[in-house]
Design a protein around this ligand. Sequence first.
Ligand code: 5GP
Length: 114
Amino acid sequence: MSKTIFEKIIDRELPSNIFYEDDLCIAIEDIAPKAPIHVLIIPKKPIQKLSEAKKTDQALLGHLMMVVKKVAEELNVQDAFNIIINNGEKAGQTVFHLHIHLLAGRNFTDLFPG
Ligand code: 5GP
């Protein structure tokens, strides 16, 4: 199977602005940001989408959440950020390699009123 855009970024075949990287994941700036801060947290394992994650991916999924927390702290937005995972084409997923959108500096309360 051909590599996803994100695998090419992970393998340094495509450039990106990297905020964080470890053995399991990478966090990069979104190329077309939808908020003043828009970071993608991407597992190195090419899981196509969240609904295809296996029980054995549980620790990896937890790790991604802790990386969200770490990146939010490093960008000093830990008090106000949103995360989004688009799962499936009909839900707006365009890159079929699981990723978490971390968005900050934009108000989503119209979508999610308290
Ligand atoms: P999705 O719509 O699949 O949830 O999100 C894919 C995201 O990847 C989009 O926000 C899009 O802007 C971003 N994206 C697509 N291609 C690239 C790329 O080559 N580099 C980076 N940094 N982001 C990309």
